[in-house]
Design a protein. Sequence first.
Length: 330
Amino acid sequence: MSRAFTAQVIRNVPLDTHHFLLEVDTGEARPIADAGVAGSAGFAERAGITANTGITANAGITANTGSRRNDGVAPDVVVAPDVVVAPDVVVEGFSPSPGQFCMIGPSGAVEPFLKRPFSVLDYGDGKASFLIRVCGKATLALKNLPAGRSIDVIGPLGRGFSPEMEEDEPLFIAAGGVGIACVYLLLKKHPRAALFYGVRDKRSLLLYDMLRALSDNIRVTSDDGSVGVKGDVISALAGSVTEFLNKPARKNPGGGDRAVKICCCGPHAMLAGAASTFASLNVELYVSLEERMACGVGACLGCAVRTNAGYRTVCKDGPVFNAKDVVWNF
Ligand SMILES: Cc1cc2nc3c(=O)[nH]c(=O)nc-3n(C[C@H](O)[C@H](O)[C@H](O)COP(=O)(O)OP(=O)(O)OC[C@H]3O[C@@H](n4cnc5c(N)ncnc54)[C@H](O)[C@@H]3O)c2cc1C
Ligand code: FES
């Protein structure tokens, strides 16, 4: 169940010049109090209000109608200029599943108004953390938030990685760059999985100690060879997967004739490369897609992608899709 709440920044940890870890307090989360827009009546909130996003989203309703209520109890939450989500009231903990994301932004921010999507890196003990690459206004604003400042969070959102797996079934995970944020929880849930982590160079290798604390089955590749194996991560992954598939079934506990499961997050070119590489193999490939998002809850259709079943929204129907369902432009 998704929630819309205001949380406090615990700390902001720079990892290098472009990346930082944002740690927020979800234990003391309050409902979002005000969208911070001139004219907003503000939302008289009750603790524990959650946005049952996507289910009661009302596209096309003009923003700044903070006093409008859908059921006489729950206040609406403005998630984009023309989108108001009418939340259901649910008091529940913040417990994202691997691959889910949140829309976050500084509380009361007018510029940039829209919250931005970020994968939940980790959570627990009343805290959640996000790995963020600074690339524009919103990410810079988040980077500059001091401890104690409030941020608005809507989430967890979307469908994450949920391959149905037997206990002993092999799983391969591949991440490119900041895509590692999207698969960290997955590795935590499946510590025996093989993680393939592709980076540009040694300086771009993020969170390695945290990953090593979960698993010693990590293969790093880098574009320039300054860390791990020189080359692209999908080629390295393909080598291991092919080797695995070619082993006699008895040497692959849990393998046999079952499709190998791969979960992948990274730049679009990497995901398209994976889809093309594994298309003819006995592989179930799940990819986490990225599109620019406005509402994050399936209401504005701004993040629609083509699938074999028609257009689907990345924020609500994804971000994780079976690669076979996506129409790729190779
Ligand atoms: C489901 C999902 C999960 C994400 N998880 C993370 C995460 O864990 N860590 C992280 O650092 N980033 C993540 N992103 C990307 C992040 O949302 C964008 O980097 C952020 O919105 C940029 O905001 P900005 O205002 O700083 O930059 P903007 O000024 O909005 O954009 C700066 C540049 O980045 C490009 N850009 C912006 N958003 C996207 C996008 N969604 N896909 C591709 N290019 C984009 C723009 O075209 C532009 O060139 C995720 C995106 C999605 C859709
Ligand atoms: S961002 Fe609005 S539908 Fe996905």
